[in-house]
Ligand binder design. Structure first.
Ligand SMILES: Cc1ncc(COP(=O)(O)O)c(C=O)c1O
Length: 421
């Protein structure tokens, strides 16, 4: 299946491409579904062919017209990963993609590919606890400094201020997770992309990275708004069944080439079987995310009206006319299914609520078919300083909820029961 129908120029929608694009059944005995290519290495037809494949893979020469990198070794390339990458690039309307062993592998490999000692990273906060740890504790060992600014309205102005103070020419990466995990604050992708453009115009080799895990690929397309690299924990909605760990980056061919060079040497790609599982999952990601969002919208409403609940952060509940609502409407096409809510009574009450659920599972992660609840301050974000979390609305009473595909009436009953503590 090609990216476009033979009868016209318009591209197929990603839901359609997810079922057949970038796979040629005639190369696999006519199998309608791609097999799992469980092999570490690939046989060359001739020694000359092996030499040519390596020349391209290692960038020793430019590809000739129509020439593609052949299959070599599964740390460099593998059909299951490549099919998935082409389908994800189509989903994000990007040129290329790279699959990783985890979301953290995608983030760390991309950062190492783009940064060098002396560089400055400006990131919104909060970000996922692992990303925070990488920026705050690991990158400094390589002479790379990160400054955090609060996510939400005005994030780009805060980035500008820090850049002005610390030296615009040192800023190499702008990073945002939007909406932010776990406080669901939206940061303005188009505005930060414009700032990245300004930095480039001033001579810096700056790139803008967006962690699109919470709403992508279905409800938010950062590349359309100017992001250079879109990153995912594919463990979440893309994998969607809580049965694998994987990551992904999509972007221009030139940028992905830089990142693939680092992936090849660090060995941070994922396995062929995980690639196959991701392909299976991609076929239903749109249906799953839309249904999960529908369940979540109803649960968020219940939370907002409940006397034990102090506040609810969910894109679907943003106040009409507020700046966050306007931003959400500009850059997202749906609210997703991650809800954060704060209960009255702090951590003690939050823990009691967490332990009363019978359908929701008390576990970290999100985006799977089953509903999950967790306590960010002492679990997913435990290694972020508490004062930083509290300053960004992540208080001891905050519970994060990922809504799955169970029957809505069972979820509503379970939530009411848990809150009746
Ligand atoms: C927004 C976000 N980005 C990145 C990650 C890291 O992904 P992984 O656990 O697949 O390494 C997570 C994990 O929870 C996440 O929530």
């Amino acid at each position: 299946m090609k990216r476009r129908h033979s009868s016209g120029d318009r591209e197929f929608n990603p839901e359609t491409l997810a079922l057949g694009y970038a796979y040629d059944p005639t190369l696999s005995q006519g199998s309608v579904k791609p097999p799992v290519f469980l092999t570490s290495t690939f046989q060359f037809e001739t020694a000359e062919e092996g030499k040519r494949f390596f020349e391209l893979a290692y960038g020793l020469r430019e590809a000739e017209e129509g020439e593609e990198t052949g299959l070599i070794y599964s740390r460099l390339n593998n059909p299951n990963l490549q099919i998935f990458e082409e389908r994800m690039a189509a989903w994000d309307r990007s040129e290329a993609a790279a699959t990783f062993a985890s979301g953290m592998a995608a983030i760390s490999t991309s950062m190492l590919a783009l940064l060098q000692p002396g560089d400055l990273v400006l990131s919104t906060a909060p970000v996922y606890g692992g990303s925070h740890y990488l920026f705050a504790n690991i990158l400094p060992k390589f002479g790379i400094e990160t400054h955090f600014v609060s996510a939400g309205d005005g994030a780009v102005d805060r980035m500008r201020e820090v850049a002005k103070k610390l030296g615009q020419e040192r800023v190499r990466v702008l990073f945002t997770e939007t909406p932010a995990n776990p406080n669901n604050q939206h940061s303005d992708i188009a505005a930060i992309a414009a700032f990245a453009d300004e930095l480039r115009t001033a001579g810096s080799d700056a790139h803008f990275l967006v962690d699109n895990t919470l709403l992508g690929p279905v409800f938010q397309r950062p590349a359309d708004l100017g992001a250079d690299l879109v990153i995912y924990s594919a463990t979440k909605f893309i994998g969607g069944h809580s049965d694998l760990i994987a990551g992904l980056a999509t972007g221009t061919s030139a940028l992905i080439k830089r990142i693939l060079e680092m992936r090849t040497i660090l060995g941070t790609m994922t396995t062929p079987f995980n690639g196959w599982l991701l392909l299976r999952s991609l076929e239903t990601v749109s249906v799953r995310m839309r249904r999960q969002a529908k369940n979540a919208s109803r649960l968020a409403k219940l939370l907002a009206e409940h006397p034990l609940v102090e506040s609810v952060a969910y894109p679907g509940l943003l106040k009409e006319g507020s700046a966050q609502r306007q931003l959400f409407e500009r850059q997202c096409s749906g609210p997703g299914s991650l809800i954060s809510f704060t209960v009255k009574g702090g951590q003690e009450v939050a823990y009691r609520v967490l332990e009363r659920f019978e359908v929701f599972r008390l576990a970290v992660s999100l985006g799977g078919t089953e509903s999950l609840v967790e306590h960010p301050m002492t679990m997913t974000h435990a290694d972020v300083p508490k004062a930083d979390l509290e300053a960004r609305g992540v208080s001891p009473g905050l519970i994060r909820m990922s809504v799955g595909l169970e029957h809505l009436s069972d979820l509503l009953r379970d939530l009411k029961h848990a809150l009746a503590t």
